[in-house]
Design a protein around this ligand. Sequence first.
Ligand SMILES: [Zn+2]
Length: 375
Amino acid sequence: MLRSVLAFSAVASLSLALASRLQQQSHSATSPQNSQPGAPTKTSELHALASLEPIDTHTHVAKGDASFYAMLDRLHMHILDILLVDDHDSYRRAMEPQLEDALRVVRESHGHAALCTSFDPFQFGQADFPASAIRGLDRDFAEGAVAVKIWKNIGMELKDRDGHYVLPDNPALGPIFKDIEKHNRMLIAHVAEPDEAWQAPNPNGLDYSYYKENPTWYMYRKLGAPNKHQLLEARDHLLAQNPKLRVVGAHLGSMEDDLDALAMHLDAYPNFAVDTAARVVHLVVQPSDKVRGFLLKYQDRILYGTDLEFLKDTAPQDAVKEWETQYAMDWRYFATKDVFEYSGHKVEGLGLPQAVLRKLYHANAVHWIPGIYSK
Ligand SMILES: [Zn+2]
């Protein structure tokens, strides 16, 4: 979570224009919110998307609602609902309340949502860590969790007793990764951040306002903090030490600005794949030919994900509108050759072949995250 703060404002401005365009193209409204003025309706994009039985492998859903489930149904959308412990967020501070909510969403969604659980990294250093974390994971696996998330606070925030940053390859975490592998689950690893987090402030940067609002994750000149290279090296180490553990690097593996480096990592670690969550905006600013070539070459290693959220205090109709707008916009980028504006950036759609779209939106998720898709 969540770079979308940024994407939000851009999406918001775009969503008005898109919503009116969508309305013009509207087919018969099938749910109440579609009859509201300005609400997004089924579009050609969303119809085409739905035909692939799409899977969004990166979402954060804290509550359910009939209209939200109806949208998932309409789009044939399956989602991975990801938990994480964030000590800066009153809701995400502990596992229990969010776990309870997510299990309810999984139950109520009738097969549309699957659970990606997590553990509390701030228990690191307690006498019963990692045994207590493993107990929690095994309980969640028994409840149907298909994946486990580690978040950027491992590497960028969490410190050991001596005040040193704890990196993702810390030996104390090793037994947790072995447990995930033993249960044939997948690890989603959000390690590091875009390069900008280590660079001098640049008001033109894609993520400038995010780091301004979230200084915890702004690492430029942060005393004693690891640099990006050290973090990615620690993740490499994790990948090498657990060759049978399937690892999906969230957010294009934090190599969103250097597809050559990402390609080298995918070549070096067959157990590594990445999701697109909240990073399509980093792709649209790169040359279309290059991005297209990358996606074609690594068509078995990239999972569609958004980082969309449905928070406790979000009105369901706003969430539905935002999700459908994002899905339509991403589809337009990956599947069509339209020239259009994506979050304020003029872009030409990649027009990926149908077979590649099917992998990106469906087959890769099924392969990398067994159990995520049930009809
Ligand atoms: Zn996320």
